[in-house]
Write a protein that binds this ligand. Structure first.
Ligand code: PPS
Ligand code: ADP
Length: 200
């Protein structure tokens, strides 16, 4: 379909915005099972960045699935659309100069590859929060695993829907072996060089 959409050439660029913030912008994408620890670790990372004066914004289930994506279910095609829209929003935020943090189950490899192509490889940091389904079920932070076992929730990731683990994530956190603070520190150490402005 020919849509005749011609982008307007705005004069304030991503480079200008990064310069005025005095740091680079990129996307930290947390993937993992429900209850694996994505939000817990992401929250500490954001707090530490904020304390250093870094401009951040965090996207998560509450501000997305209750808002812009409230029309979407957990069926595979809706999860794909969920992640696609979030990637587009994240891309706008990266262009606005923010270190953008996103914590979503994002169980499908092809959807995560799509995020990488939307925000560009150089702006994408994939963080795999690797917690076994047994441990997530033991934590059962929201009581969802119990409901899934009782058949009250269909398509529950790890129980009745697949989770395709990243093969080469930029960072892998095994929460059964590493504390929240140690994980957050490892992420901060990884991204600190990326925050520095280069001469674009
Ligand atoms: N069927 C099923 N499977 C997985 N998760 C479920 C499901 N139903 C509801 N929930 C709750 O919704 C949160 C996951 O939403 P996401 O937008 O991250 O999922 S996805 O990326 O589209 O797969 C997830 O939040 P987190 O626990 O923060 O991961 C759950 O609380
Ligand atoms: N090392 C750890 N890293 C992250 N979370 C942990 C860790 N150890 C225990 N937890 C607990 O696991 C739960 C993870 O919940 P949450 O962060 O909401 O997961 P998700 O966002 O992936 O659904 C929290 O109750 C958290 O306190």
């Amino acid at each position: 379909m020919k849509r005749n959409i011609i982008p307007h050439d705005y004069q304030v660029s991503i480079t200008d915005r990064r310069k005025s913030n005095n740091h680079n912008s990129f996307l930290l994408w947390f993937t993992g099972l429900s209850g694996s620890g994505k939000s817990t670790v992401a929250n500490v990372v954001e707090q530490k960045l904020y304390q250093k004066g870094i401009k951040t914004y965090a996207l998560d289930g509450d501000n997305i699935r209750k808002g812009i994506n409230k029309d979407l279910t957990f069926a595979p095609e809706d999860r794909t659309e969920n992640i696609r829209r979030i990637a587009e929003i994240a891309n706008l935020m990266v262009n606005a100069g923010l270190v953008t943090i996103a914590a979503f189950v994002s169980p499908y490899k092809k959807d995560r590859e799509n995020i990488r192509s939307i925000v560009k490889d150089v702006n994408f940091v994939e963080i795999y929060i690797n917690t076994s389904v047994e441990e997530c079920e033991r934590r059962d932070v929201k009581g969802l695993y119990k409901k899934a076992r009782a058949g009250e929730i269909k398509n529950m990731t790890g129980i009745s829907a697949p989770y395709e683990a990243p093969e080469q994530p930029d960072i892998e956190i095994k929460t059964e072996e590493e504390s929240v603070d140690a994980a957050a520190q490892r992420i901060l150490d990884y991204i600190t060089p990326k925050l520095k402005l280069n001469n674009e």
